[in-house]
Design a protein around this ligand. Structure first.
Ligand code: G1P
Length: 299
């Protein structure tokens, strides 16, 4: 069955970016000039997803507005003959069918996904987390997962290897077989949310991309709080393993953790260097800055 729907949870407080996120959603913080959530929506659209549900809260109406039409702005741009900007603004509202639902209490990622139950109904669906931007010019990360889903007809979680020091930040999977380069996926037998290094069954971390079967919803409904006192998606997927196969797929692409300040800066630098209109001047600027700091260190 084709994966047509995606869920993007965006109801968190974004405390790591305070004070910027005091009154604006972290998902609206731009990488250069595009909000992070638009990068995520574009990945879903380029992967063939037709309907997207964004899980928001009462402070996140700017996300809903961003994907809606802005007739006043369009009128203004047209009256100033700014047709390129007009096209840009209009294209955002035409990206896909985008819906939103509010998570009324912040009870964790699993609880946020449960808010999508009615929207998803009885079909497989994709999840893209807003803190993880993945760049792959050929096949977007979630499309890679959809392709594996079509092959195995079971839930797939997207993983990449992380350093030992980072395993306690993620959901970590235990694959049956080694995930090697030629066969990039394996069935998993266990999955643990934010384990200590001693508990971690591997260094393969779930990095914000999932394709799940709808059987996850009854499990989320009965899921008790886990790590951090929150209802964890990882814990529900772990219970799904009792009745269905779940696969880990080592997706290809560079992943930026834009929920983290350094990851956000890295994405900003790399995306600027990839932009025709910015790269030359920006590179000169970076070289100057690096030379200055090297000279200062030598002094
Ligand atoms: C969430 C998930 C975790 C996953 C991570 C990826 O954690 O619970 O399993 O590995 O996203 O970014 P969070 O970063 O929201 O604490």
């Amino acid at each position: 069955m084709k994966v047509r729907k995606a869920v993007i949870p965006a109801a968190g407080y974004g405390t790591r970016f305070l004070p910027a996120t005091k009154s604006q959603p972290k998902e609206m913080l731009p990488i250069i000039d595009k909000p992070t959530i638009q990068w995520i929506v574009e990945e879903a659209v380029e992967s063939g997803i037709e309907e997207i549900l964004i899980i928001t809260n009462h402070q996140k109406s700017s996300i809903e507005n961003h994907f809606d039409r802005s007739l006043e702005l369009e009128y203004f741009l047209e009256s100033k003959n700014k047709y390129e900007d007009l096209e840009l603004v209009r294209s955002i509202s035409n990206l896909a069918n985008i819906y939103s639902v509010r998570q009324k209490e912040q009870k964790g990622l699993g609880h946020a996904i449960l808010c999508a139950k009615t929207f998803i109904g009885n079909e497989p669906f994709a999840i893209l987390l807003g803190d993880d931007i993945v760049v792959n010019q050929k096949v977007p990360a979630i499309k890679q997962l959809c392709q594996v889903f079509n092959e195995v007809n079971s839930s797939v979680v997207g993983v990449q290897e992380v350093p030992k020091t980072d395993v306690s930040k993620y959901g970590i999977v235990k694959p049956i077989n080694n995930i090697n380069k030629s066969k990039r996926f394996s069935e998993i037998v266990d999955m643990i949310e934010k384990p200590s290094l001693a508990e971690a069954p591997s260094r393969l971390a779930v990095l914000g991309r999932y394709v799940l079967t709808p059987e996850i919803f009854p499990l989320l409904e009965t899921q008790t709080p886990g790590s951090g006192g929150e209802i964890q998606l990882t814990d529900a997927i772990r219970r799904l393993l009792d009745t269905q196969k779940v696969y880990a797929y080592n997706f290809e692409g560079h992943r930026y953790d834009v929920g983290n300040k350094l990851g956000y800066l890295e994405a900003t630098v790399d995306f600027a260097l990839a932009r025709e209109d910015l790269k030359d001047e920006f590179m000169e600027l970076l070289k100057k800055k690096v030379n200055i700091s090297v000279r200062e260190t030598i002094k």
